[in-house]
Design a protein around this ligand. Structure first.
Ligand SMILES: [Zn+2]
Length: 320
């Protein structure tokens, strides 16, 4: 049984996941920015023991998916703003020592891509791009059934492709990145800035609230949603032109309202991708739901150690 650890900005979740991608038991705890690394590690270890006991099983390997930057081969965490105490720490080596099993780590968007390609809607797709739209935009690329990595194992930053150089300043230094135009906070910020003075729903305009209002037929919210679909579509059209994948799988909190965006997205892609067989790229919705990242963390282990034919040629992973 593979134990999964999903480390994110707000919570750390752990679970026991079987070979079909089904979660048998799980637990979670808030991330807590100031908690020392040693206490965080002990918390993860004790949650893992509890979930294994809940599922009545033993841990035979551990997969970790984490918000980046993380080094999948050394197992070391980089400059993780959301968990500063974990900087330069190595939970892969530490958990391997504690549980005496092999441990694999990937960026959580890559973990999500692996999960959808292995156990989800992207099963049997050879070339797949997975995109998650939430507080940011992240993604992972599966090419020929393997996780695509950049130089030195680097994780590509799909959310920072520039869509409009005259757009909003992004945390990366560019203007008008996809993420700064189309992630949830960007949708909310645009609506807040452009809402008419007498707009009755002006207060607390989150992406979720705007989508809800649009579903109820609110004219201004529908305008905001139209703009969102336009920018989502532009970024996705770039991916279709660059990769001509079998499928693009869309997940993340904003995509819970996908029915508001899909038509607009497809229209943009059709309009702009004339030199590739665009009708062959399926636009699919992620199928693994709320626990996609946790399931993905387990898939990370299988991708690394479980299926030699799917593992990546490249640097040798950190030894357990
Ligand atoms: Zn950026």
């Amino acid at each position: 049984m593979i134990a999964a650890v999903d480390i994110g900005g707000t919570k750390i979740a752990v679970g026991m996941v079987d070979e079909h991608g089904t979660i048998l038991s799980k637990r979670e705890s808030p991330s807590e920015v100031d908690r020392p690394y040693s206490a965080g590690l002990e918390l993860v270890a004790s949650m893992l023991r509890e979930t294994a006991r809940d599922a009545g099983t033993e841990i035979s390997g551990i997969g970790i998916g984490s918000t980046g930057p993380v080094d999948p081969f050394t197992g070391e965490f980089g400059d993780v703003d959301f968990l500063p105490q974990w900087r330069r720490k190595n939970p892969v080596n530490d958990l391997a020592r504690i549980f005496n099993v092999r441990v694999a780590l990937e960026n959580d968007a890559d973990a999500g891509a692996l999960a959808e390609a292995g156990w989800g809607v992207g099963k049997n797709k050879t070339r797949l791009v997975y995109i998650t739209v939430g507080t940011g935009i992240g993604g992972g690329i599966i090419l020929d059934r393997r996780l695509y990595r950049g130089v030195d194992g680097a994780h590509p930053e799909i959310g920072h492709q520039v869509i409009d150089p005259a757009g909003r300043l992004c945390s990366c230094g560019f203007r008008g990145c996809w993420e700064s135009l189309a992630a949830g906070p960007a949708l909310a910020a645009w609506a807040e800035k452009n809402a008419p003075n007498d707009y009755p729903s002006r207060k607390n305009l989150t992406a979720q609230r705007i989508c809800q209002l649009a579903m109820e037929g609110d004219g201004f919210a529908r305008e905001a949603v139209k703009r969102e679909a336009y920018y989502l579509g532009l970024g996705l059209a770039n991916l279709v032109n660059l990769f001509t994948p079998d499928a693009i799988v869309l997940g993340g909190s904003v995509m819970k309202s996908s029915s508001l965006f899909l038509e607009g997205i497809r229209e943009i892609i059709r309009r702009g991708c004339r030199f590739v067989p665009v009708e062959k790229t399926e636009i699919l919705l992620a199928s693994l739901g709320e626990d996609a990242n946790l399931i993905g963390a387990a898939r990370v282990w299988h991708h690394r150690f479980g299926q030699p034919e799917l593992s990546l040629a490249g640097p040798v992973p950190a030894k357990a």
